[in-house]
Design a protein around this ligand. Structure first.
Ligand SMILES: Cc1cc2nc3c(=O)[nH]c(=O)nc-3n(C[C@H](O)[C@H](O)[C@H](O)COP(=O)(O)OP(=O)(O)OC[C@H]3O[C@@H](n4cnc5c(N)ncnc54)[C@H](O)[C@@H]3O)c2cc1C
Length: 313
């Protein structure tokens, strides 16, 4: 028998959608993912303290927050399967979904909440010091006490890198923007703001060769892309802002996407171009990419899919 509602993804968007849908007696099926597009629980599983999710004045560990959301979804009746969806057919209803285990499920309505993956530098030292001074989200981690009044670095040259660097100037004593080229890709307004900022120094034509430090980040080893010269930059925090990739591979082009590959939804809604398919969280959000906005759109997707099912039934 066909499912009424299936949710793909177990980050804040998918689990919030699951909590709302199960409380509406829809009894949804949720694919938590396994290894495609991150891990079960989503991006917050790879961070430590989350200080900006409302309701936790002392902060809460990312994995603990996700475990609690998962427990809440199960308590209200969500059924979970820890597998990846590798293919979907959205051309006819019920929609069909194929798992990595080779099984096929059908569903009347679908919420895609498969998130996005932050691009990371492929360095052994980056893996070793990840979360110990290295992060991929300045808005999330920049205000942590360890970074206050210290020298920090942002790696990247697009609008996001500049936004992250400007955000960090509120806490850091100095922010270095490390860019591999001799010109920024960002819009001219953003370029002006960053170039004229007294706390920011742009290091042109530089790439990170290695992150150094024993138990926490102490410096970056940089290479000049023009001369090949090596240098060391002492910083206690490094924020990678080299882009995000929305996890949409399994959709194989069946839903409309915007310029940078994020799923398109109708303004003010989670509806996609395919009736009965809703998108929530980072997979459709190139702008905010926060747990609370992901959870908010997960709530919207659950309410919209409930109404859509009611209209059809
Ligand atoms: C290091 C780091 C620290 C962060 N810190 C904060 C913070 O302090 N505060 C904050 O608000 N935000 C923070 N963020 C951002 C926040 O984590 C994201 O905005 C949020 O997790 C997005 O939620 P989501 O549910 O849309 O997607 P995700 O959290 O990305 O979850 C996506 C889910 O989809 C699943 N999935 C993917 N592909 C498939 C598939 N094919 N089949 C089945 N399942 C699939 C994955 O397994 C995962 O469960 C941080 C991000 C990072 C990387």
């Amino acid at each position: 028998m066909s499912e009424r509602l299936t949710i793909i993804g177990s980050g804040p968007a998918g689990l919030t959608a699951a909590i709302y849908a199960s409380r509406a007696n829809i009894n949804p099926l949720l694919f938590e993912g396994f290894q495609e597009g991150g891990i079960p629980g989503g991006q917050l599983m790879i961070t430590s303290v989350v200080e900006n999710f409302p309701g936790f004045p002392e902060g809460i560990l990312g994995p603990q927050l996700m475990a609690q959301m998962r427990e809440q979804a199960i308590k209200h009746g969500t059924r979970m399967i820890m597998e990846d969806i590798i293919e979907v057919d959205l051309q006819k209803r019920p929609f069909s979904l194929t798992t990595s285990g080779g099984e096929t499920y059908t569903t009347e309505a679908l919420i895609v909440a498969s998130g996005a993956t932050a691009r990371r530098l492929p360095l052994e030292s980056e893996k070793r010091l990840w979360g110990k001074g290295i992060s991929a989200c300045a808005v999330c981690d920049g205000a942590l006490p360890v970074f206050r009044n210290r020298e920090l670095a942002v790696i990247g040259g697009g609008d996001t890198a500049i936004e992250e660097a400007l955000h960090l100037t509120q806490f850091a004593s100095k922010v270095y923007l490390i860019h591999r080229r001799d010109a920024l890709r960002a819009s001219s307004v953003m370029q002006q703001r960053i170039i004229s900022h007294p706390k920011v120094e742009i290091l042109w034509n530089k790439v990170v060769e290695e992150f150094c430090g024993d138990t926490k980040l102490a410096c970056l080893r940089l290479k000049d892309t023009a001369t090949g010269a090596l240098s060391e930059l002492p910083v206690v925090g490094a924020f990678e802002a080299i882009g995000h990739v929305p996890n949409t591979g399994f959709l194989k082009g069946q839903l409309d996407v915007g310029e940078v590959g994020y799923l398109k939804t109708l303004p003010g809604s989670t509806r996609t171009n395919s009736p009965g398919v809703f998108a929530a969280g980072d997979v459709q959000d190139a702008t905010y990419r926060q747990a609370i906005t992901a959870a908010g759109s997960g709530c919207m997707a659950a309410i919209e899919s409930e109404r859509w099912l009611q209209e059809r039934e």
